[in-house]
Design a protein around this ligand. Structure first.
Ligand code: 2HA
Ligand code: ZN
Length: 284
């Protein structure tokens, strides 16, 4: 099957373009990776190149040994993916130790996989383990309102989760485990990858202070939908805090317990701490 005609490729390209249309991918900002299913690898194998030499990943991910990934290219612009996917994207194969990769398709005008490859692969490794192989998509975007929130809220998982949940009733149902927050760190390396993948043990969302967000999910719809929902909630919060210093009323801890019961989701009690009834003039 022609690689560009496969369902996973079309889904990947659509998701990337949806993200660009949302305004989350200025210049070369953001990156997206997808762990191929064995049958998807079989389907395209006759059309893959030989791969010329192995390159270190920059992290060790033995849990992903031998796996294939569709990834965005370093320095490539999301806005160009839909126009020229073969120049902007790559299919890479990991070696039998999960330490090196080789290029099997794409990047026809040259280049290397995303600069955030260590974080993507370490996240994939954690998520493959904790979801029994269900999660396949890791998405990083420069979401405007989440970034803005990281300047005005304490960089704590509990505070971000509670604020995001309060801004839209669907949120605790969409991300019941909450969100994790990584303090400002240098992007592109192993250290930030370690911090992020540690959060991915318990969350599907990791916020990078003053930078953006990472989400993990089973497929393109769920992963895009998750990131979109979190960013929409952040937009509501930025609108609220642009108008008043605090909320006059909000969804309470007991309200969340009721939502949890009604929608059969378990909301960790660490996010349901008591707060003053009226928050005008105060911040969490
Ligand atoms: O430029 O988003 O974090 C790609 C990035 C790096
Ligand atoms: Zn980034």
């Amino acid at each position: 099957m022609r690689i560009l005609d496969t369902k996973f490729m079309r889904g990947f390209i659509k998701m990337a373009d949806d993200g660009f249309q949302q305004g989350w991918h200025e210049r070369n900002g953001g990156n997206l990776t997808y762990r191929l299913k064995p049958e998807e690898v079989d389907e395209i194998k006759p059309r893959l190149g030989e791969g010329n030499g192995w390159t270190p990943v920059g992290a060790s991910v033995p849990g992903l040994a031998g796996e294939y990934f569709l990834v965005t290219g370093s320095g490539k612009y999301f806005r160009n993916i839909i126009v020229d996917p073969e120049a902007c994207l790559a299919i890479i194969e990991l070696d039998d130790k999960g330490e090196n990769y080789r290029l099997r398709w794409g990047l026809v005008e040259g280049g290397v996989p995303t600069s955030e490859l260590p974080t993507h692969l370490m996240n994939h490794e954690v998520k493959k383990r904790v979801t029994d192989g269900k999660h396949r998509v890791i998405y990083h975007a420069h979401t405007t309102n989440i970034i803005a929130l990281t300047f005005i809220l304490p960089l704590k998982d509990e505070v971000f989760t509670r604020e995001l949940w309060e801004a839209a009733t669907e949120c605790p149902v969409v991300f019941p485990q909450g969100v994790g927050v990584v303090k400002w760190m240098v992007p592109g390396g192993r250290d930030i990858a370690v911090e992020t993948s540690r959060l991915m043990e318990q969350y599907d969302v990791a916020i990078w202070a003053h930078h953006g967000m990472f989400c993990s999910g089973e497929n393109f719809d769920l992963t895009f939908g998750l990131l979109h929902t979190v960013e929409k909630s952040a937009e509501i919060l930025i609108k609220i805090y642009s108008v008043v210093p605090g909320k006059l009323q909000t969804i309470t801890a007991d309200n969340f317990r009721d939502v949890g019961e009604a929608f059969h989701v378990t909301l960790p009690e660490k996010f349901l701490f008591e707060k003053p009834d009226c928050e005008i003039g105060q911040r969490t």
